[in-house]
Design a protein around this ligand. Structure first.
Ligand SMILES: [Fe+2]
Length: 239
């Protein structure tokens, strides 16, 4: 993706957040210059992998296959492995899903996640159980939609309207997009701790992050940009 497109998508995301009164924490608006002045007090942002995350899943066609995320809070995966009772074991994200914009089929090895329609259009989610060799199973799927058990055939879909949510257990394959004609969806995610580098299993070989063409300065950093703009990055990571 061109950096200018990422910047444009961030501006659109901030506008949608304003429209639905879903306001992001202060570091969402820090600039590269702000980051260059930050010290070890920001180590938590690095270690928790929180912040902007805009991806075309490596395919170069963000409108068709892509996602805007902002990780608002997160634990640290290694800390949870070490001491599950003491460590912060939860995460929260904001996602923006445009009409017909697909997030490819994937499951999470560890993370159970609640996906919540916070406003806007209709989110369509397609579901499959997974087999032991990590393929899609043929058997029926059961999920909880706001506490109510809902069954679908393998590959069946559910629709989330504003205010509605679903609980997606670990190892359940899911693919989602915004329903055509209904507008972009502001999505919330409440989940177990999240590690973007280790916990995602995509059914088809896709990338998790975009390759970026730096045609202009970043407006705000993606979480995988921190290393390039934050002088204390390595010390923060090892802290
Ligand atoms: Fe997911």
């Amino acid at each position: 993706m061109k950096r200018s497109e990422i910047n444009r998508r961030m501006r659109e995301a901030l506008e949608l957040c304003r429209r639905y009164q879903f306001l992001l924490p202060p570091f969402a608006k820090w600039t590269p210059s702000d980051w260059r002045l930050k010290g070890l007090e920001c180590a938590g942002i690095i270690r928790q992998q929180i912040g902007w995350d805009i991806t075309d899943f490596g395919g170069g066609d963000f409108t068709s296959v892509g996602l805007i995320l902002f990780t608002i809070r997160n634990g640290i995966f290694a800390d949870v492995e070490k001491d599950p009772l003491l460590a912060r074991s939860y995460a929260e994200k904001m996602l923006i899903v445009a009409e017909r914009q697909v997030t490819p089929t994937h499951f999470h090895y560890f993370k159970t996640e609640d996906i919540i329609n916070r406003g806007g259009g209709v989110l369509v989610i397609q579901l499959w159980n997974s087999t032991e060799d990590e393929k899609c199973a043929n058997d029926d799927v059961e999920v909880l939609c706001d506490g109510v058990a809902v069954q679908r055939e393998a590959g069946g879909t559910i629709e989330l309207h504003p205010g509605e949510s679903v609980t997606l257990p670990r190892l359940l394959y899911h693919k989602f997009w915004g329903k055509e004609g209904c507008g972009s969806v502001l999505v919330g995610e409440v989940s177990r701790v999240c590690d973007e580098y280790r916990d995602n299993r995509f059914l088809e070989p896709v990338g998790r992050f975009a390759t970026i063409d730096e045609d202009e300065e970043p407006l705000h950093l993606l979480f995988n940009d921190y290393a390039d703009y934050y002088p204390e990055y390595d010390r923060a990571l090892s802290g």
